[in-house]
Design a protein around this ligand. Structure first.
Ligand SMILES: CC(C)=CCC/C(C)=C/CC/C(C)=C/CC/C(C)=C/[C@@H]1[C@@H](COP(=O)(O)OP(=O)(O)O)[C@]1(C)CC/C=C(\C)CC/C=C(\C)CCC=C(C)C
Ligand SMILES: [Mn+2]
Length: 375
């Protein structure tokens, strides 16, 4: 779980979370001493405060009433349907999971999914080699327009509608673009602190975007911050798992996301990764990395139960299925250089009712719940 921190930080209107004010502690050399975890926790606190304030101001209405301009509703429905199709095409199991959500929430999650997928495609898709920082700046300007109610195309229109109905903030979206910017210039991570920030940008942000849509169960006694923290943890866990699964594939593109200092401590280097030989050194290194990823999944678990009842199943399914990729890496004897770990269809099939059973558990009102408000 992300630790409670006591520090000040703020963001320039258009900047990433790295734009911090003078309330930040500085070392004698004048360097900023905040860890990535602390910087990200600042975002979590702000997102939680924002959602609380906005829910209050709309008198706890979770979905704002429709304002329909003549002819616009069918276009909007088409736009949402298209988002659903994209989602079904790229993430079948997840799409199935969203079918249990209320129609408003389901459509909103599809719209966010599509925006995230398109953002990732900019740097990972077929046109990735033509993508420049300027193209990402243009994508960010387009995001600003989405939030101002001036969408550029149909898929943007769905997101524009979503952000007008749910208390979603622009910051996690901007931060995701920041992560894609990082992918343009950075291919090595000195330590876990650097990797943590990257994982927040490209995946923790998804958790923060999703909570206002998923909704927190009205019976939940948990603090909003703790639920956001759990959502962040699930995003981080998923991305760390992605990185561990894709070591070989990333290396072939010249990328090593694994922390350089931890590789060195294990007696390993980039050359060992490019050579792609599974040795005992590699196995021991991987065991530690897997242990850390599992810890983030554990941190996410308590938060899932606090979500509104209909949102719990898709999130449990995502958690249970993604976590199994780590088991598969182990089953492959840590060969993530030439074998891609994946969860087989039968295993997926068994996991879905397990996720469903977990989703039936309501939020706990007992004080033993680690997320429950004090007093
Ligand atoms: C309280 C609590 C636990 C709430 C739940 C919060 C929640 C729904 C968290 C979801 C976390 C999640 C699914 C994160 C996605 C992480 C991820 C895999 C990010 C990928 C980034 C880049 O990776 P890379 O390029 O290395 O990998 P590929 O080879 O390209 O796969 C992403 C691809 C960024 C783009 C992310 C998406 C397309 C997924 C967006 C998903 C949603 C908006 C829906 C999330 C909802 C559910 C129910 C899972
Ligand atoms: Mn990608």
């Amino acid at each position: 779980m992300v630790a409670n921190s006591n520090y000040g930080g703020s963001r320039l209107e258009n900047g990433s979370i790295l734009s911090l004010t003078s309330s930040v502690l500085a070392s004698p050399a004048g360097e900023i001493t905040l860890t990535s975890e602390q910087k990200v926790y600042d975002v979590v606190l702000k997102q939680a405060a924002l959602v609380k304030r906005q829910l209050k101001s709309s008198e706890d209405l979770e979905v704002k009433p429709d304002i329909v301009l003549p002819g616009s509703l069918s276009l909007l429905n088409e736009a949402y349907d298209r988002c659903g199709e994209v989602c079904a095409e790229y993430a079948k199991t997840f799409y199935l999971g969203t079918m249990l959500m209320t129609p408003e929430r389901r459509k909103a999650i599809w719209a966010i999914y599509v925006w995230c997928r398109r953002t990732d495609e900019l740097v990972d898709g077929p046109n990735a080699s033509h993508i420049t920082p300027t193209a990402l700046d243009r994508w960010e300007a387009r995001l600003d327009d989405i939030f101002k109610g001036r969408p550029f195309d149909m898929l943007d229109a769905a997101l524009s509608d979503t952000v007008s109905r749910f208390p979603v903030d622009i910051q996690p979206f901007k931060d995701m673009i920041e992560g894609m910017r990082m992918d343009l210039w950075k291919s090595r991570y000195k330590n876990f602190d650097e990797l943590y920030l990257y994982c927040y940008y490209v995946a923790g942000t998804v958790g923060l975007m999703s909570v206002p849509i998923m909704g927190i169960d009205p019976e939940s006694q948990a603090t909003t911050e703790s639920v956001y923290n759990a959502a962040l943890a699930l995003g981080l866990a998923n991305q760390l798992t992605n990185i561990l699964r894709d070591v070989g594939e990333d290396a072939r593109r010249g990328r090593v996301y694994l922390p350089q200092d931890e590789l060195a401590q294990a007696g390993l280097s980039d050359e060992d990764i490019f050579a792609g030989k599974v040795t005992d050194k590699w196995r021991n290194f991987m065991k530690k990395q897997i242990k850390r990823a599992r810890k983030f999944f554990d941190d996410a678990e308590s938060g899932v139960t606090e979500l509104s009842a209909a949102s719990r199943w898709p999130v449990w399914a995502a958690l249970v299925l993604y976590r199994q990729i780590l088991d598969e890496i182990e089953a492959n004897d840590y060969n993530n250089f030439t074998r891609r770990a994946y969860v087989s269809k039968p295993k997926k099939f068994i996991s879905l009712p397990i996720a469903y059973a977990k989703a039936l558990v309501p939020p706990s009102s007992r004080t033993s719940n680690p997320l429950v408000k004090a007093g």
